[in-house]
Ligand binder design. Structure first.
Ligand code: FMN
Length: 165
């Protein structure tokens, strides 16, 4: 069994998730931080797509990858994980990031929590969150995210699961 994890990241949290995930996956695993390169998906049984969310949007390179390999992905076992502060039960969240077709095809789609690294953030982002946290509507909803290893393990479990005969 061969798996590729294709991910996009800004500050490294999704990379960390991908690396943790490899510890729970069976078989051979390749990890690729996607930019715009060509990927030969033929040699993989499973494709795991990981990304993070900024201002409600997933990385452009992940969107591009999903679009470019749309047909091929339908013939693979697909898992999707998102590093972000939005919770798993936020209605319509995943639908705003991926096509309905891909979401329905994937054997697992989940958020895995995230990390807000204020030291790594640029000045504008840091100030923006300082200001947002002073706004009641935002502050009541917002919780500093943490990585949820349990949800990362769920991705591995779904991918490792063999089709019953
Ligand atoms: C400027 C900024 C905007 C963000 N916007 C969102 C957002 O709209 N929704 C969300 O759930 N998380 C949002 N996040 C949280 C990130 O997705 C989270 O920190 C993630 O773990 C970052 O992963 P990365 O380091 O792999 O890019 C935002 C973080 C920053 C710094």
């Amino acid at each position: 069994m061969k798996t590729i994890i294709v991910y996009g990241t800004k500050y490294g949290c999704t990379k960390k998730c991908a690396e943790i995930l490899t510890g729970y996956l069976e078989g051979d695993i390749d990890i690729v931080r996607i930019k715009n390169e060509k990927i030969d998906l033929e040699k993989y049984d499973n494709v795991i797509i990981g990304g993070s969310v900024y201002m409600g949007k997933i990385q452009k390179e992940i969107m591009r990858f999903c679009k470019k390999y749309k047909g091929k992905l339908m013939n693979k076992k697909v898992g999707i994980f998102i590093s972000c502060y939005t919770s798993n039960d936020e209605e319509g969240f995943m639908e705003s990031l991926f096509s309905k077709e891909l979401l329905e095809h994937a054997c697992i789609v989940t958020t895995v929590g995230g990390e807000m690294d204020y030291d790594k953030m640029n000045f504008v982002y840091r100030k923006m969150f300082q200001s947002l946290k002073k706004i009641d509507g935002f502050n009541e909803e917002f919780k500093e995210p943490e990585l949820r290893i349990l949800d990362i393990k769920k991705v591995a479990k779904a991918i490792n699961k063999r089709a019953s005969k």
